[in-house]
Design a binder for this molecule. Structure first.
Ligand SMILES: [Zn+2]
Length: 141
């Protein structure tokens, strides 16, 4: 625990997702051949290996499929404990994100997306990531 948590890297496969998050939009890759939405982003569809996936705006709703509480700080400035949740999006893929709820998540609980600026890139652009919490909390943001 000596350095600050790094900002999300802007790998070519992630730029559409990260730029969408900066606009308050959850962008998910989908296969232009078989139509499956998938996560994480990559150069090919994980079902049929079709290249050059497209992108679609996701409603950002789903249910909790798993979660874990971290008690260890890995980077300077981490506030522990914190909860990481895996969400099964209503569109199909599972995404792992930070939990925003005040109470512990419950497997099967309906959730909604929110977005949080986690820092600024060297060029000054905001680094924003999606987070999930109880659907009632997401509706208030
Ligand atoms: Zn496919």
């Amino acid at each position: 625990m000596t350095s600050a948590r790094p900002l999300p890297a802007r790998y070519p496969e992630d730029v559409e997702h990260l730029d969408g998050a900066a606009r308050g939009e959850l962008r998910i890759p989908w296969c232009t051949r078989c139509g499956a939405a998938f996560w994480p982003p990559g150069p090919v569809c994980p079902r049929d290996f079709a290249p050059a996936p497209g992108w679609v705006g996701d409603a950002g709703t789903g249910t909790v499929s798993s979660w874990v509480r971290f008690h260890k700080s890995y980077f300077a400035g981490d506030e522990v404990p914190y909860v990481v949740v895996q969400v099964r999006l209503d569109s199909g893929p599972r995404i792992t994100t930070t939990w925003t709820g005040a109470a512990d998540p419950v497997v099967g609980e309906p959730v909604g997306v929110a977005f949080r600026e986690v820092g600024r890139h060297p060029g000054g652009e905001p680094a924003v990531l999606p987070e999930f919490g109880p659907v009632d909390d997401a509706a208030r943001q």
